[in-house]
Design a protein around this ligand. Structure first.
Ligand code: SAM
Ligand code: DTB
Ligand code: SF4
Length: 342
């Protein structure tokens, strides 16, 4: 039957194709997702895509629960890399003042405040291409002391060597965040100072060291829908796929090469969240950068699409995030509750 043969009755009464949950059960860690299948998800009618994402979400998670993770920039600015989206690259004139590595006490004060305001996860980010061995002792101290506060720990420090990944694991680090950022085909438009394969190599070392992987990307950098599907396919085909998948909306910062791009249709961002949820059913899908610019309604749609983690606190790394009171009000408005136990 062609589209034009459909009567109004067919359209209104035909049940949506149901997701077979036994298929979902087969979607175990490591099964591959061809790009065309991922793209086909993007192409679904929005309500069908959302329905499928919600079905999968509630098989693995309480759909009313959202994780609160607080970010802290432990070393800001002055980075030698040329990532086109990033305000912290020394190559972009963003006016950001570079700072040296924070002291362990400064990090612990921020971690205590995060815990007191309800966060269960604390992510420490450094504007480095890679950590220097001379900084590792201090990072280990920060990780072990934040962990001792009863917070889940995450760090994002750039590329890692084998022994650095092992040292972080031994210090008590739970997650390492290292993003693929975009599809391999689009990557060269955004970054030239390190290769996609370098990122995959670091992810392999992180996994090998026994750390949980937090890996995602950025949407709204001028990539096509197929390239968004390419990013999700890369993530979903990691074996195993990441435990934690941050989906960032580009925050356009004046002075960065990506500032001034035409805005992405917000529903395309929502679709990306839904496709991440379907293809990585057990992952925590993190509604990451860009929430301040998004407004409550788009965020609500992201939660409906299966996002179940947010960055919580007035700042991301260097840019603004909704403040804690705004976020608690949003969760209350939506009848969602913060995850309580780390
Ligand atoms: N320097 C380390 C690295 O690049 O791996 C760690 C910190 S880096 C800032 C972590 C991630 O933040 C990047 O991979 C990117 O996905 C995200 N990010 C940075 N600037 C952003 C922006 N303007 N909008 C959205 N996400 C951004
Ligand atoms: C991730 O994927 N997003 C966070 C976290 N991992 C480190 C960082 C977002 C940074 C947004 C720009 C800034 O604040 O500098
Ligand atoms: Fe440096 Fe990371 Fe920013 Fe790239 S994303 S410029 S590596 S801080």
């Amino acid at each position: 039957m062609s589209q034009s043969d459909l009567t109004m009755k067919d359209v209104t009464t035909a049940p949506p194709p149901m997701l077979n949950l036994s298929d979902n059960d087969k979607m175990t860690v490591g099964e591959t997702w061809p790009i065309r299948d991922v793209n086909a998800l993007f192409e679904l009618p929005l309500n069908e895509l959302m329905f499928r994402a919600q079905q999968i979400h509630r098989v693995h998670f309480d759909p009313t629960e959202v994780e609160l993770a607080t970010l802290l920039s432990i070393k800001s600015g002055g980075c030698e890399e040329d990532c086109g989206y990033c305000p912290q690259s020394a190559r972009h004139a963003t006016g950001l003042v570079a700072k040296k590595l924070l002291s362990t006490e400064e990090v612990l004060n921020a971690a205590r405040a995060a815990k007191n305001s309800g966060a269960t996860r604390f992510c420490m980010g450094a504007a480095w291409r890679e950590p220097k061995d001379r900084d590792m002792g201090k990072i280990e101290e920060m990780v072990s002391q934040v962990s001792a506060l009863g917070l889940e720990t995450c760090a994002t420090l750039g590329m890692l060597k084998d022994d650095q990944a092992r040292r972080l694991k031994n210090a008590g680090l739970d997650y390492y965040n290292h993003n693929l950022d975009t599809a391999p085909e689009f990557y060269g438009n955004v970054i030239s100072t390190r290769q996609y394969s370098d990122r995959l190599d670091t992810l392999g070392r992180v996994r090998e060291a026994g750390l949980k992987v937090c890996c995602g990307g950025i949407v709204g950098m001028g990539e096509s829908r197929l390239q968004r599907a390419g990013l999700i396919a890369q993530l979903a085909n990691l074996n195993p796929y990441p435990e934690s998948v941050p989906i960032n909306h580009l925050v356009q910062v004046e002075g960065t090469p990506l500032h001034g791009l035409a805005p992405l249709d917000p529903l395309e961002f929502v679709r990306t969240i839904a496709v991440a949820r379907i293809t990585m059913p057990k992952a925590r899908v993190r509604l990451s950068a860009g929430r301040r610019e998004m407004g409550d309604t788009v965020q609500a749609m992201c939660f409906l699409a299966g996002a179940n983690s947010i960055f919580y606190g007035d700042k991301l790394l260097t840019t603004d995030n909704p403040n804690a009171a705004e976020d608690l009000a949003l969760l209350a408005r939506l009848g969602l509750r913060a995850r309580e136990v780390a």
